[in-house]
Design a binder for this molecule. Structure first.
Ligand SMILES: Cc1ncc(COP(=O)(O)O)c(C=O)c1O
Length: 404
């Protein structure tokens, strides 16, 4: 694999994180236990939700949240063949839990300025069958959550927020992931906090919490609130093995919880460093190349305080046909890049395989993000002036070479 001078991700597990992980290994209790519970409590406090349920990845968090949203123990549920609105710029495991649970995904276009769902397009795509709005907060940014809440209330919709890329961002001072029925997060290596792999689902109702706990672990009752009730109701069953719901095994290890908990304590510092690094690259670039009109940096949406995941860049449309060459040159100069999530997801072969776009809908702005967009990493530690100048200068140089 090519080594980049400025990679997408710097090493993310620090000395004190390793120490916390090793302590768990030494204790002999490595599977999910007290440490996970403690982290869940701290996470709830940080994001401002009543309940948090840790899982082994952000993808599992999405699977758990969507599957819980149609559980018979819930009052408000979606049914098979109803529709879920999801942005064209999404991750694969934002989409598949909807499909696996029998929902028909309806793709909503995004705004190039924010990379997030376009509310007008979302309104247009609501039908009698719509039951879920599945938001994806892209790279730390968000759509207008007041509008989403308003629409959801009026139409009686379930809202799930895939916040896997946006832990620590807020809309009007309220943390993303806490506006809907469920919010999901990822602690994969590149994310705002990391435990290597890991994820979280948050919710505000005790009923939902009970469902999430059962679904996370085999459908078992013993983690939940009603275990005693079930024991009494089913006296012939071995009280240790009562299965009250459907289930998966999406449990994390206590090792992951210990590491993620240690990182959560530092999230304010990480956010400050990420913001500093991002702003410096932008200001160095603008000083030397702004008048060339090669590109736009994506900024925070209105009312959003971003904990940026990366630094998203949109090439000026007139150079979009040169994107491959520009990217190749940026990477040749030592700066690693990647698409904005996975570009316009409608272009992916899996969409064809599962016939998810039979009407051949086009998403104009999602395609523009695909054609013109890419992003570079931003370090969680404060980067040196030298490297930040290197990044800004070489992005400018790459454009000068290819677009002259
Ligand atoms: C928007 C979004 N949702 C879900 C995920 C899945 O998270 P994980 O990699 O922890 O499974 C990702 C991964 O980066 C993501 O970007």
């Amino acid at each position: 694999m090519k080594k980049f001078k400025y990679p997408l991700i710097y090493p993310r597990i620090y000395k004190s994180d390793k120490h916390k992980g090793i302590q768990v290994i030494k204790s002999g209790q490595i599977t999910m236990s007290k440490i996970t519970k403690n982290f869940e409590k701290n996470f709830s406090k940080y994001v401002g939700s009543k309940y948090s349920v840790m899982v082994n990845s952000g993808s599992s968090a999405n699977l758990l949240a969507v599957t819980a949203s149609c559980n018979p123990l819930r009052k408000k549920i979606f049914k098979r063949d109803q529709e879920a609105l999801i942005p064209g710029i999404c991750w694969s495991t934002s989409l598949w839990p909807l499909v696996l649970n029998g929902l028909k995904p309806v793709f909503v276009d995004v705004e190039t300025a924010t990379l997030n769902m376009n509310i007008e397009d979302l309104k247009k795509k609501i039908t009698k069958k719509t039951k879920v709005i599945f938001c994806v907060h892209v790279l730390g940014n968000s759509t207008n959550m007041d509008e989403i809440k308003k629409i959801a209330k009026k139409k009686n919709l379930i809202v799930i927020e895939d916040t896997c890329e946006s832990l620590g961002s807020s809309f009007k001072k309220k943390k993303l992931g806490t506006f809907g029925d469920f919010g999901t997060y990822s602690f994969y290596y590149s994310h705002q906090i990391s435990s290597g792999e890991g994820g979280m689902v948050v919710c505000n109702s005790k009923e939902d919490h009970e469902i999430l706990l059962a679904l996370r672990a085999h459908g078992w009752s013993r983690d939940g609130y009603k275990h005693e009730v079930y024991k009494k109701k089913y006296p012939k069953l071995d009280e240790r093995f009562i299965f009250t719901n459907m289930g998966f095994n999406l449990r994390p290890l206590d090792i992951q919880a210990a590491i993620a908990n240690n990182q959560l304590k530092q999230i304010h510092t990480f956010k400050r460093n990420r913001t500093y690094n991002r702003n410096k690259i932008i200001s160095y670039y603008n000083k030397n190349f702004k008048n060339k009109n090669f590109l736009n940096f994506v900024n925070n949406s209105n009312h959003v305080d971003c904990n940026w995941f990366g630094l998203p860049i949109l090439i000026n449309k007139k150079y979009k046909y040169k994107k491959r060459k520009i990217i190749k040159e940026i990477e040749r100069l030592g700066i690693e890049t990647r698409p904005i999530i996975s570009g316009n997801f409608l272009n992916q072969p899996a969409i064809k395989l599962f016939k998810l776009n039979k009407n051949n809908y086009k998403l104009k702005k999602s395609q523009e993000v695909d054609d013109c967009g890419f992003f570079i990493g931003i370090n969680t530690k404060k980067s040196s002036e030298k490297i930040l100048k290197f990044v800004a200068t070489n992005i400018g140089k790459a454009f000068l070479k290819v677009c002259k």
